[in-house]
Design a protein around this ligand. Structure first.
Ligand code: ARG
Length: 600
C-alpha cells in the first residue's frame, strides 16, 4: 500500500474511533462521510508532504470544535511507520511529513516493478462515459477535439485505476435533418464527389436544401414527407439513411484511428427509437409530462427557486415556462426523449454507478432538465446513479472570437490534425536535421497530435481557451512537446549508459540532495493525482502534475550528477530516479492519450 493510502486508512480508523456515533447513525451515511476523509499533497512543502482538511468538514457536520476534534483524532492516530510527528495547523488541518525510510521503500518497490505510485481502486465503480458524439453527415470540427480528448483522458484514467468503464459514442444519427438530406440525395447527389469526400458532399446537399426550405414552404413540405417516410420505415429511405451513416462512420473512424481513441459502444440516437413512444406515454400517465399545444413536455414542478429551475426562463422580469419537450406537435420525438430512453437503457444494461456526459457547456440547460426529469420519472433508479454533465468551454481564435478558418468557416478536425503534424515536422526538422526523414515524420506525428490534445486538456475544462499554434508547439513551457522531450532526454541518459539493459536498479543509497528528495516525493504523488482526476473529472490536474514532474526532474538533473555520480550506490539510486521519472511521464502522457518517442 502506498504511504498516502496508509495515512488515509489510519486516519479513517482514528476518526471512527473518535466519532463512533458517525458509524452508528446509518451505515451508508457513515461510509460516505468516512470516505471523504482523504489526504492530499500539501500545497506548501514547508508544512509537510501530505495534508488533510477533512476534519474541519466533519467537525462542522458533527457540531464539534475542529481543533479539539483534530487533537482527539491525532491522539488515536498511528502513522509512525510512514510519518514523522503529525502536526495540527490552522483551523484543524493535519500535516504529515513522510519518513525518509518510507520514501526509500516506496521508490524501491516501484523500481522493482511492484507498482508505479498508484493503487487500483479498492472499490471499483462502473462508469459510463458518453463522449465525442458527432452528428452524421456533418464533418467533425475543431470543437470535437474537446469532447473526444477529455472523454478519452477520463476513460483512460478510470481504467488505469481499475474501474469498469463503458465508453459510448452517442452519435447523432437521427433527427429532422434527414428529411432534407434524403431529398438532396434523391435529387442533386453527385456520386463522384460522394466517393471522394462523403461528408463534404452530404454537407453540400444539406446546405442547398436547407436554404431552399427556408425560402420555399413547398420544398419544406417535400423534405418533411421524406422524413415521415423514413420514420415509417420506408425501405428506400431507410437504405439511403443507413448508407449516410456508414459513410460518416468511416470518416469518424479515420479520425478516431489517428487520435487513438476507442469506444466500447457507438449506440447512436436511432438505437433508442423503438422505446421513445413508450417513454412519452409513461411520462404522460405518471403526470410528469403534459400536453401543450399539441406537443408534450415536462414543466417545472415548483420544487426549485426560479433562479435554479431549468424549466423556467426569465422574460422581461417574469418567469415563464421553458418545458423539456418530449414530443413535437407533428408526433416526432425530441433530443430529450432519446436521452431519457438512453439513461433507462444504460441503467438496465450496465447498472452503472455514474454516467458522465462530456458535452459542451452550451448544453448545460439540457442536462439539468434531463437529470431532473429522470429523477421525477424513475426516483428509485435515479438514487442509485450519479449523473454528471462534464461540461467544457469554447475554443477561441487569437483574435478573441470563436476559432475559425481565415475565410470564416469552422475548422475541420482532419485539416487541423494535418496542419499540426506539418507544423511539428518543420520544428523537428530544424531541431534534428540529422534524423532520417521517416523518423522525423513519426516524431512530428506524435508531437503534433500530442500538442493539440494537450493544449485542450491543460486549461480548466470550463474555461474558454485561445488556440495558439506557437504556444502549443513550443518546446519550452507547459506543452506536450516539452513533456515528450523531457521523456526522450531521460531515455538518452540510458542510451549513454553502456549497461543500459535490464539490470535492476534499486535506490539503496539514501536520498540526500534537496532536489532528489523533491523529485522523489513528487513521484509519489502520481496516484493521488490520478485519483483526483477520476474524482473531479479534470484531466488538467494530470497535465500540471506532469509539467511539475518535468521541472523537478530538470532541477535534479542540473544539480545531481547521474552518470558521473561520486559512487556506484549514488549513481544507481539516481538512475532509478531517472527511470521512474521516465516511466511516470510515459504512463501519465499515455493516460492523457498522448504518445511518446524515445528520441527527438
Ligand atoms: N450529438 C450531440 C451534439 O452534437 C451531442 C450528444 C451528447 N450526448 C448526449 N447523450 N446527449 O450536440
Amino acid at each position: 500500500m502506498l504511504p498516502h493510502k496508509k495515512i488515509e486508512s489510519a486516519l479513517q480508523t482514528a476518526v471512527r474511533a473518535v466519532l463512533p456515533d458517525l458509524s452508528r447513525q446509518s451505515e451508508t451515511m457513515a461510509d460516505a462521510d468516512i470516505s471523504k476523509v482523504l489526504v492530499r499533497p500539501c500545497p506548501d512543502p514547508k508544512f509537510g508532504d501530505y495534508q488533510s482538511n477533512a476534519l474541519m468538514a466533519l467537525a462542522k457536520t458533527s457540531k464539534l470544535n475542529p481543533r479539539q476534534l483534530a487533537t482527539d483524532v491525532v491522539a488515536k492516530l498511528d502513522v509512525s511507520a510512514v510519518c514523522e510527528k503529525v502536526e495540527i495547523a490552522g483551523a484543524g488541518f493535519l500535516n504529515f511529513r513522510l519518513k525518509n525510510s518510507a520514501l526509500a521503500q516506496t521508490l524501491n518497490s516501484a523500481a522493482a516493478g511492484e507498482h508505479l505510485f498508484f493503487d487500483k481502486a479498492a472499490q471499483p465503480k462502473t462508469v459510463v462515459i458518453d463522449f465525442s458524439s458527432p452528428n452524421v453527415a456533418k464533418p467533425m470540427h475543431v470543437g470535437h477535439i474537446r469532447s473526444t480528448g477529455i472523454g478519452d483522458a477520463l476513460q483512460r484514467t478510470l481504467r488505469l485505476l481499475g474501474h469498469r468503464v463503458i465508453s459510448d459514442n452517442h452519435i447523432g444519427d437521427w433527427g429532422t435533418q434527414f428529411g432534407k438530406l434524403l431529398l438532396g440525395w434523391k435529387q442533386i447527389l453527385n456520386r463522384t464527389d460522394l466517393e471522394r469526400d462523403a461528408i463534404a458532399e452530404l454537407e453540400r446537399l444539406y446546405k442547398i436544401i436547407n436554404a431552399e426550405c427556408d425560402a420555399n414552404s413547398a420544398r419544406l413540405a417535400e423534405a418533411k414527407s421524406e422524413l415521415v417516410k423514413l420514420q415509417a420505415g420506408d425501405a428506400e429511405n431507410t437504405a439511403i439513411w443507413k448508407e449516410m451513416i456508414a459513410l460518416s462512420q468511416k470518416q469518424f473512424d479515420a479520425i478516431y484511428g489517428r487520435l487513438g481513441v476507442k469506444f466500447d459502444f457507438a449506440l447512436g440516437e436511432s438505437f433508442y427509437n423503438p422505446w421513445l413512444g413508450e417513454v412519452v406515454t409513461d411520462l404522460l400517465t405518471r403526470g410528469i409530462a403534459r400536453e401543450s399545444e399539441g406537443a408534450a413536455g415536462v414543466f417545472s414542478d415548483g420544487s426549485l427557486p426560479p433562479k435554479e429551475d431549468p424549466f423556467l426562463v426569465n422574460r422581461d422580469g417574469e418567469w415563464i415556462p421553458d418545458p423539456a419537450l418530449v414530443r413535437k406537435s407533428d408526433g416526432g420525438f425530441n433530443y430529450m426523449t432519446t436521452d431519457l430512453a438512453t439513461i433507462d437503457y444504460r441503467l438496465k444494461t450496465w447498472a452503472p454507478d455514474e454516467i458522465n456526459y462530456v458535452v459542451d457547456d452550451r448544453q448545460a440547460g439540457h442536462f439539468k432538465k434531463l437529470f431532473l426529469t429522470f429523477a421525477r420519472w424513475q426516483p428509485d433508479a435515479a438514487k442509485k446513479v450519479k449523473l454528471v454533465h462534464v461540461g467544457f468551454g469554447k475554443i477561441m481564435g487569437e483574435d478573441g472570437k470563436p476559432f475559425k478558418t481565415r475565410s470564416g468557416d469552422t475548422v475541420k478536425l482532419g485539416d487541423l490534425l494535418d496542419e499540426a503534424e506539418e507544423r511539428a515536422y518543420t520544428i523537428v526538422s530544424e531541431k534534428s536535421p540529422e534524423l532520417p526523414e521517416a523518423q522525423r515524420r513519426e516524431i512530428a506525428r506524435v508531437i503534433g497530435l500530442g500538442a493539440v490534445k494537450y493544449a485542450d486538456l491543460l486549461p480548466n475544462r470550463q474555461s474558454d481557451y485561445i488556440f495558439s499554434w506557437d504556444k502549443m508547439l513550443a518546446l519550452q513551457g507547459n506543452t506536450a512537446p516539452y513533456l515528450v522531450y523531457a521523456y526522450a532526454r531521460i531515455k538518452s541518459i540510458f542510451r549513454k549508459l553502456e549497461t543500459a539493459n535490464s539490470e535492476q536498479r534499486t535506490s539503496n543509497s539514501p536520498l540526500a540532495a534537496a532536489e532528489e528528495l523533491a523529485l522523489a516525493k513528487h513521484l509519489l504523488n502520481f496516484g493521488i493525482t490520478l485519483e483526483a482526476v477520476a474524482e473531479e473529472l479534470r484531466p488538467n490536474y494530470l497535465c500540471n502534475y506532469l509539467f511539475e514532474l518535468a521541472g523537478k526532474f530538470t532541477s535534479f538533473y542540473e544539480n545531481c550528477p547521474v552518470l558521473k555520480a561520486e559512487d556506484a550506490a549514488t549513481k544507481n539510486s539516481r538512475l532509478a530516479l531517472c527511470d521512474l521519472t521516465a516511466r511516470v511521464l510515459k504512463q501519465g502522457l499515455e493516460t492523457l492519450g498522448i504518445e511518446t518517442v524515445e528520441q527527438m
